[in-house]
Design a protein around this ligand. Structure first.
Ligand code: PLP
Length: 423
C-alpha cells in the first residue's frame, strides 16, 4: 500500500502533484511519501502490541536524514552496517539504545564509536570480530552487548546477489559452530551475550523460508539456554519483499509477516528485534525523470530518460523490474508502444526496462519509476559527472527538498590537482 496515485490526470504523491514538484526541483529526483513510511512502521507497532519489541529500521535501504528522522519520530530504532550509518542515525535523533550494529567487517574504530555511543547490540558475524570487539570493549573498561548472527543455511532472497542465509554466503557464523562460539563468548570479559540474530536475504517473496529459519533459530535459543547461556533477545533481521509488479504473486502482506514473527518470538520470552528495510521504504518512493529523446533504433525503439543507472542501479545490478508510469495519466484505451527505457550513461547496462509496452510518450514528458524508495538513492553515484538526484519528502500537500542537487562546484570540491601539474 502506498500513496502515489493519479488525481485529475496527474500522478500525485499524497496531495502533492509530481508535475509541480518537477517544476520546482528539476529532474531527475527521488520523491518519498511520509504517510507511506509511517504506515509501514505502524504495521509492526500494531502487530507487536504488548510485546517488548524493537523495530530497527535498516538504514542502508534509505539513509536520507529526513526519512530517518520521520521513522525515529514513529519510535523506530536503526540497524546500521557502518560507522557512517551509525552517525547518520544518531544525527537524525535515533536513540543509541535503539541501534543495532550489523555487518561482516566492523573495524575497531567503528566498534569504539558504537561503544562510546552506547548502542543496544552488536550483531557479531565471526570469531575474529568477537575477539576484536572483546579487546576494544576491555580497553574501554566496558562490555559489548552481542548477538551472533547465525547462518541457518536456508536459501531465500529474490536474486543470488541478495541472498545471505546459505552456507556459502559470507554472512553470519556457521550453524554448526554456533554453540561453541556462544560458550567462548560467554567466557570473555569484554562481552555480554544477549541474543541470537539472523538475516537470511532480501526481497523474499514468501513466508516459508522465514518460517524455516525462525524455527531453527528458536531451537538454537532453547539449546543455548540449556547450555546455561541466558538468551534474552531474538533479532530476526529483515528481508520481506515488496511488490514491484512483475512477480506472478505479490509477497505476503507485512501484517502476516509480523504475525509470524510474533508467533515465534512470543513463546520464547525474548525481546524481539526486527530490521526491516525494503518493506518500510521500497514503495514509499519513486524516481521521477523526464524523457529526453524518443529514438528509433534499427531493431528497437528507445525512450531515453534524464535519469540513469547512476541514479537507480537496481535494474543493472540485480536485473530488477520496476513499473514505469507516465506522470500524465494516459487514456485507458491509448495505444501502446514497445520501448527499451534507458538512461544517458555510457554503459550498455544503463537500461531501466527492455521491451516495455508504454503509452505514447514524447520528449519533455515526465515518467515515474515506481518502488524506488529502497536501495535507490543510497546506491547512486556521480558516474559520468552526473550530479546526485535530489531527494524530496512529501507529507500531505507539502513537500521539502531533503537532499539538494549538488552544484558543479560541490561535485569537484573534494578534488585537488597537485602543484606539479600546474606548470
Ligand atoms: C540489508 C539488511 C537488512 C534489511 O533488509 P531488507 O531486505 O531491506 O528488509 C536487515 N538486516 C541486515 C543485517 C541487513 O544487512
Amino acid at each position: 500500500m502506498h500513496h502515489f496515485a493519479y488525481r485529475n490526470g496527474v500522478l500525485h504523491a499524497e496531495d502533492a502533484s509530481i508535475e509541480a514538484i518537477a517544476a520546482a526541483v528539476g529532474t531527475p529526483f527521488y520523491c518519498y511519501s511520509a504517510a507511506t513510511l509511517r504506515r509501514h512502521v505502524r504495521v509492526f507497532r500494531e502487530a507487536f502490541g504488548g510485546l517488548d519489541a524493537l523495530v530497527a529500521y535498516s538504514v542502508k535501504a534509505n539513509a536520507n536524514l529526513a526519512v530517518l528522522k520521520l521513522l525515529a519520530n514513529e519510535g523506530a530504532g536503526a540497524d546500521v552496517v557502518s560507522g557512517g550509518e551509525l552517525r547518520r542515525a544518531r544525527a537524525a535523533g535515533v536513540p543509541a539504545a535503539r541501534i543495532v550494529f550489523s555487518g561482516v567487517g566492523k573495524t575497531r574504530e567503528e566498534m569504539a564509536l558504537a561503544l562510546d555511543e552506547g548502542i543496544h547490540q552488536f550483531n557479531v558475524e565471526s570469531e575474529p570480530e568477537l575477539d576484536a570487539l572483546n579487546d576494544v570493549a576491555q580497553s574501554k573498561g566496558t562490555k559489548a552487548s552481542i548477538a551472533f548472527r547465525v547462518n541457518p543455511d536456508v536459501k531465500a532472497g529474490g536474486h543470488e546477489k541478495i541472498s545471505t542465509g546459505k552456507a556459502e554466503d559470507k554472512f553470519g557464523v556457521a550453524w554448526t559452530r554456533a554453540r561453541d562460539l556462544y560458550r567462548r563468548a560467554a567466557s570473555l570479559p569484554g562481552i555480554a551475550v544477549k541474543g541470537v540474530d539472523l538475516h537470511i536475504g532480501s526481497q523474499i517473496a514468501d513466508l516459508a523460508p522465514f518460517e524455516a529459519a525462525f524455527a531453527k533459530v528458536a531451537e538454537l535459543v532453547k539449546s543455548l539456554r540449556a547450555d546455561g547461556i541466558a538468551i534474552e533477545r531474538l533479532d530476526v533481521g529483515g528481508g520481506l519483499g515488496v511488490p514491484y509488479g512483475d512477480a506472478p504473486a505479490d509477497p505476503p502482506h507485512p501484517e502476516e509477516y509480523a504475525r509470524l514473527i510474533r508467533r515465534i518470538a512470543e513463546p520464547l520470552g525474548v525481546q524481539l528485534i526486527c530490521e526491516p528495510g525494503r518493506m518500510i521504504a521500497g514503495n514509499a518512493g519513486v524516481l521521477v525523470a523526464r524523457v529526453i529523446y524518443d529514438k528509433e533504433g534499427e531493431r528497437r525503439r528507445f525512450l531515453i530518460l534524464d535519469a540513469g543507472m547512476n541514479d537507480l542501479i537496481r535494474p543493472a545490478l540485480y536485473d530488477a523490474w520496476h513499473d514505469i508510469r507516465p506522470v500524465r495519466e494516459p487514456a485507458p484505451d491509448s495505444a501502446r508502444t514497445v520501448y527499451d527505457v534507458v538512461g544517458p550513461v555510457c554503459e550498455s547496462s544503463d537500461v531501466f526496462a527492455r521491451a516495455r509496452a508504454l503509452p505514447p510518450l514524447r520528449a519533455g514528458d515526465l515518467v515515474a519509476i515506481m518502488t524506488a524508495g529502497a536501495y535507490g538513492a543510497v546506491l547512486s553515484s556521480q558516474y559520468n559527472a552526473r550530479p546526485l538526484a535530489p531527494e524530496v519528502l512529501v507529507s500531505g500537500g507539502r513537500f521539502a527538498v531533503t537532499r539538494r542537487r549538488p552544484s558543479f562546484e560541490d561535485m569537484i570540491a573534494l578534488e585537488t590537482t597537485p602543484d606539479w601539474l600546474n606548470g
